[in-house]
Design a protein around this ligand. Structure first.
Ligand SMILES: Cc1cc2nc3c(=O)[nH]c(=O)nc-3n(C[C@H](O)[C@H](O)[C@H](O)COP(=O)(O)O)c2cc1C
Length: 364
């Protein structure tokens, strides 16, 4: 299985299967001298961790991260810093129940990767989906915690803006609210409605989709390359690589098609500080593949979890028509736990471009 690496100068390679003994990653190309501790990384992992509310899978993974290389005590400060060597991170898998998956051993879950894995590789680790499991994304979140520290002043945050058909009211947007509810919603008024909706979905043995919005502030102007290394292209690629993501947009995204040129143009003035001031941000902070200095805004749609209790028509590995209903512990709305993963992928893409920009221009 090839292509387990994301990025060019700041490179993340992940390894491990959902039901193997552990998962891990190697972060290569991280500059030396960046202060980092396992505790700092853990903060982000804890946001993605399963079993934290009744709205996510009850799999109990502590997701305790261990740094096993690339970090050493700085003599001057006594604090652990990156050395410039590859940083390896490991998380033990402690709550596998492989028997939960015996029913999918020879039967393909519609909407999951079972059929395509067999078509491609001729065999698959069916326990928890192996590499197709979103367990892998824990390592993206861990690496994202390091990526955030590579770009001075970078602040990447995300929120759930739609659950199933239910959108937030953007007038209520409050970043402080995001960590106060189990859905990462920035709109406190959405929470009760989403809770009842998701309870209903779960009781029906069903699942629902969601939309996540990621906002990166403190992105310096100039990151990205204009042709095949666009910042928006690489952010979209990183977000689209997350399990269950079926749509990505930057700035006004799909809605830009319905705007006129006048409405869509982000007009520019000179602000009171003498610097360029954009009057809107339909571009999502990226023009010509290069960051403008405005916040970078990306949105992604996560499909409903395919492993559901409701029986679905499918076929087995021998080509017989059958039905499957997936038992085991699954999130009814995987979009919730995708919030910290989206943040991580945007941070990884920006950190990579920050180093690429510095390498080419000497700036940064
Ligand atoms: C955080 C997270 C958790 C997920 N958990 C499940 C799960 O419990 N059951 C499931 O069927 N899919 C789950 N998925 C989605 C599958 O991994 C994904 O649908 C599958 O690998 C097929 O890939 P695709 O949907 O990108 O085509 C999860 C996705 C994310 C982001």
């Amino acid at each position: 299985m090839s292509h387990n690496t994301f990025g060019h100068l700041f490179r993340l390679t992940t390894w491990g299967e959902s039901h193997g003994p552990c998962i891990g990653c190697v972060v290569d190309g991280c500059p030396p001298g960046i202060e980092i501790t396992a505790e700092e990384i853990q903060v982000f992992l804890d946001k993605r961790r399963p079993g934290q509310s009744r709205y996510t899978t009850q799999r109990k993974e502590p997701d305790a991260v261990r740094i096993v290389s690339g970090v050493f005590e700085d003599e001057a400060t006594g604090k652990p810093v990156t050395t410039g060597a590859p940083i390896s991170l490991i998380i033990e898998n402690v709550d596998q129940r492989s028997k939960d998956y015996s029913q999918i051993k020879d039967t393909f879950r519609p909407g999951h990767a079972d059929f395509t894995y067999i078509e491609k590789y001729g065999l698959r680790d069916y326990r928890g989906g192996g590499r197709s499991s979103a367990r892998e994304t824990a390592m993206r979140v861990a690496a994202g915690a390091i990526a955030r520290k590579v770009v001075p002043g970078l602040n990447v945050r995300a929120a759930l803006v739609q659950m199933g058909p239910h959108e937030i009211n953007r007038d209520n947007w409050d970043w402080a609210e995001v960590d106060n509810n189990p859905f990462f919603s920035p709109d406190h008024e959405s929470v009760q409605g989403w809770a009842s909706y998701l309870d209903g979905i779960r009781k029906q043995g069903s699942s629902c989709g969601a939309i996540v919005e990621v906002v990166a502030e403190g992105v310096p102007a100039g990151l990205g390359a204009p042709v095949y290394g666009k910042l928006d292209q690489d952010i979209a690629s990183g977000l689209m690589s997350i399990n269950a993501v079926k749509g990505v947009e930057i700035g006004a995204g799909m809605d830009a098609a319905a705007l006129t040129g006048e409405e869509n143009a982000d007009e520019i003035r000179i602000g009171e500080d003498g610097k360029p001031l954009f009057l809107s941000n339909n571009a999502g902070g990226i023009l010509g593949g290069i960051s403008s200095g405005q916040p970078v805004v990306a949105r992604f749609a996560v499909k409903p979890t395919s492993s559901i209790l409701t029986p679905r028509k499918t076929i087995d590995a021998k080509g017989n028509e059958t039905e499957i209903s997936t038992k085991g512990r699954h999130d009814p709305c995987v979009g919730i736990r995708a919030v910290p993963i989206g943040e991580a992928m945007v941070a990884l893409a920006i950190a990579d471009h920050y180093l690429r920009h510095r390498a080419q221009t000497g700036k940064g």
